[in-house]
Design a protein around this ligand. Sequence first.
Ligand SMILES: [Zn+2]
Length: 314
Amino acid sequence: MDHTEFKQYLLCLEGLSPAQKRKLSDALRVKDEGETVAEALEKRISVGGHCPHCDHDQLQRWGTAHGMQRHRCKSCLKTFNAVTGTPLARLRKKEKWLEYSKAMIDGLSIRKAARKCGIDTTTSFRWRHRFLHGLRDKKDRSLKGIVEADETFFLESFKGSRNLGRTARKRGGKAAKRGLSAEQVPVLIARDRHGEMTDEVLKDLSEASITKVLKPVVAQDAILCTDGNKSYRAFANAENVTHVRLIASKKSRVIDKVCHIQNVNAYDSRLKGWMHRFNGVATKYLPNYLGWRRCLEKQGSSIVPTRYLSYALE
Ligand SMILES: [Zn+2]
């Protein structure tokens, strides 16, 4: 369809009823799922692609290999394909990648994703962490306005490790002691009211640890809302950021209609509820899972496999 025709086509969309819009959206999604992996990957090069070796944009087609188009950079003369230099480079069975992306959107466990895609569990494990590699550090860089920050805890887990140093817990399990102990790994979550967010696995809840996460992202004129943890106050004082502490004690509970931490707490419960299915995740992989949830949270249920795949490749 040429450009003028397409513009007219877009104008027609204004007259659609809500039900028709839903049908159109479903139809587009089906089309997306019908797209082959090769087409989805090739788009990365055909739409403003750059050489992964030298970033030059003058490219030429250079035959095919392993079922994929190869390209050659006119500047450095090196050849590459659409996944060279990405976390998915050199993985096999590309034809299953969109199906695997769908399994990631659905939040399937390694075993379930393996069954769904007809691959073995070892492959599914390798793919899981390669598919999450790109999401792990994809965080928002600037939190503005009212910024809610709170800490949450995950049970330390050496799942999958050979030398445990203690008896194994069964399927996720429970901490031996209640509350914060050496078995609990703290995670700091911060988000603003526009849905921009960041999180980080911390070694402790000291002022230094909290400052390291919040300082680069919290805008100078933001209003930081937190619980009573004194480390937040120390950070806010040192950085001259307006700070509202919400102290909940038995007798007094400060409730403010504007300054609260209900959004970050609600996110925490969604995160925990979603993580439950994995029966505890190895602490070393926790940042991957946090990135996975952040992606699903930001993209919403409308994310299609090709979009997820391109996310994983960035
Ligand atoms: Zn190049």
